[in-house]
Write a protein that binds this ligand. Structure first.
Ligand code: MG
Length: 156
């Protein structure tokens, strides 16, 4: 059996708003991600990791802004890419995900995000790991100017 690794990252500017989408979960807070879609950086990083593992390019090629409906749910990208992996008879072994965000702290949301991502990937939640990291007050994340995400997936 061939195993393939994929890696993805994303970064979105934070602007005043009423909440963030992270891994398909709505986090109420005083700002939003600046984006054409719902700005779910974690799902964008995950989508890029899946595309990478499958050798299918990147999310910018697949979903240019001209083909994104304003505010649309980023879960669509992951679902459609998982459909492509299914066609290739590939399935996800596990996903290790990092959210870089200064505030709010994600402790109370991590379990929900994990379940949400596992559902999108069609795997048990014990195959998904969510790590939340602050920026320690440094850089774009630490100053609260941006949220980032990183995703690694293993596909067989
Ligand atoms: Mg993005």
């Amino acid at each position: 059996m061939t195993m393939r690794i994929g890696f993805g990252t994303d970064l979105h500017r934070l602007v005043p708003g009423d909440g963030l989408w992270i891994g398909g979960i709505r986090i109420p807070c005083g700002f939003s991600a600046d984006a054409v879609s719902d700005g779910d950086a974690l799902l964008h990083a995950l989508a890029d990791a899946l595309l990478g593992a499958a050798g299918l390019g990147d999310i910018g090629e697949r979903y240019p802004e001209s083909r994104v409906t304003p505010g649309e749910a980023s879960s669509r990208y992951v679902r459609e890419i998982m459909g492509d992996l299914g066609t290739k008879e590939m399935r996800v072994v596990n996903a290790d995900l990092i959210v870089d965000l200064e505030n709010p702290k994600l402790g109370e949301w991590k379990a929900s995000i994990r379940e949400s991502v596992a559902g999108l990937l069609g795997i048990d939640s014990n195959r998904v790991n969510i790590k939340a990291k602050s920026g320690e007050g440094l850089g774009l994340v630490g100053r609260g100017e941006a949220m980032g995400a990183q995703a690694a997936v293993l596909v067989e």
